[in-house]
Design a protein around this ligand. Structure first.
Ligand code: C5P
Length: 222
């Protein structure tokens, strides 16, 4: 098939999904936030006390989990077994446990399968940690995003604090540092830059500048 796939990977809170949403909107591509899928699985595991070392429980849980995206406005709208969970998956209980859940091989195998299905025939922008390396190794455009850790924590804090008034900057910074460490050092599909991914350090770039940078890379394939 000749559909276009744009893969955006990088550290936590680097603005991957902000850029992915803007691109999808501009190009009329499908936007998929793969992190939301791992977050929704994590929410299910927490609610159902799934033991992360019990492979039978994990397999049974994965069979019972049905995820759906409703990205009518290029935002992340995800349902877990028909329940809208888009807000709940951003809260700290999920953020604190998602790296452990996403390190489980069976979880990754199932999510990757679903992600590949979404990108089989449609133009798509997907952001995550292993999109350019594992999910779509043949993506036409791969971006690897990074930014200064302090700037990332500030951005994420601003985003979270309106709904979570009790949250502290230290807590956000620690969570990002912990997830980056876990995501880059795990055995299963660690976060790493694909050889052919273009680095986009957005520490000093506005969202508009990032969008233009990415559009310039995608243009030749349109
Ligand atoms: O993108 P977001 O920060 O919401 O992702 C949450 C977590 O899900 C990441 O810290 C990582 O552990 C996991 N993840 C992953 N592979 C992806 C996307 C997210 O392991 N493709």
């Amino acid at each position: 098939s000749n559909n276009i796939v744009v893969a955006i990977d990088g550290y936590s809170s680097c603005g991957k999904s902000t850029l992915a949403k803007a691109l999808a909107k501009k190009l009329h591509f499908i936007f998929v936030d793969s992190g939301a899928m791992y977050r929704a699985v994590t929410l299910y595991f927490i609610r159902n006390n799934v033991d992360l070392h019990n492979h039978d429980q994990i397999a049974a849980a994965l069979k019972d989990i049905h995820l759906n995206f409703h990205s009518r406005d290029y935002q992340t709208h995800i349902t877990l077994n028909d329940e809208e969970v888009s807000a709940e998956i951003r809260l700290m209980p999920v953020s604190d446990n998602v790296s452990a859940v996403s390190a489980i091989k069976e979880v990754r195998v199932e999510m990757v399968k679903q992600q590949q299905r979404m990108g089989r025939s449609k133009n798509i922008v997907m952001d995550g940690r292993d999109i350019g390396t594992v999910v779509f190794p043949n993506a036409q455009v791969k971006l690897f995003m990074t930014a200064d850790p302090k700037i990332r924590a500030e951005r994420r804090f601003k985003e979270l604090s309106p709904q979570n008034p009790q949250i502290t900057m230290e807590e956000v910074f620690e969570n990002l540092a912990h997830r980056d460490y876990a995501d880059t050092t795990r055995e299963e599909s660690p976060l790493t830059r694909a050889d052919d991914a273009i680095i986009l350090d957005n520490t000093d770039l506005t969202p508009e500048e990032q969008l233009q940078f990415a559009l310039d890379k995608i243009e030749p394939f349109l």
